[in-house]
Design a protein around this ligand. Sequence first.
Ligand SMILES: C[S@@+](CC[C@H](N)C(=O)[O-])C[C@H]1O[C@@H](n2cnc3c(N)ncnc32)[C@H](O)[C@@H]1O
Length: 126
Amino acid sequence: MNVKTLKNKIINGDSLKELKKIPDETFDLIFADPPYNLQLKKELSRPDRSKVDAVNDKWDQFESFKSYDEFTFEWLKECKRILKKDGTIWAIGSYHNIFRVGTTIQNHFGSIFRIWYHSCCFKKIR
Ligand SMILES: C[S@@+](CC[C@H](N)C(=O)[O-])C[C@H]1O[C@@H](n2cnc3c(N)ncnc32)[C@H](O)[C@@H]1O
């Protein structure tokens, strides 16, 4: 894939396949908002008591933490490859997944990554 063809483009596809087509060390910044593995068993509300809708889509369902971790490792591995050496990745998550994402980052990639944790939205389970 030619880097110039990526500018101002949205690629609609499976990131695990599409990321592999991008050359090494292409980007300065990656902004990721991956599935949170957010399978609610109870009602979840925000601090203002509004209800958080469960994510029931198939793309958010993983058989186990292990399979979620494997998925996380796969997309992060490609992100690290296509990120420039002095690049940055921002990953968003909730308390459902962000510590797992952080663990994968620390175990495999060191400290070049940044984590953005949604502390605002998921404070209380009622
Ligand atoms: C937490 S949501 C992020 C939503 C996004 N911030 C937005 O505003 O649309 C996770 C998104 O990842 C997408 N997704 C899940 N698995 C994917 C995959 N393998 N490749 C590409 N996108 C995927 C889902 O369709 C979903 O839109």
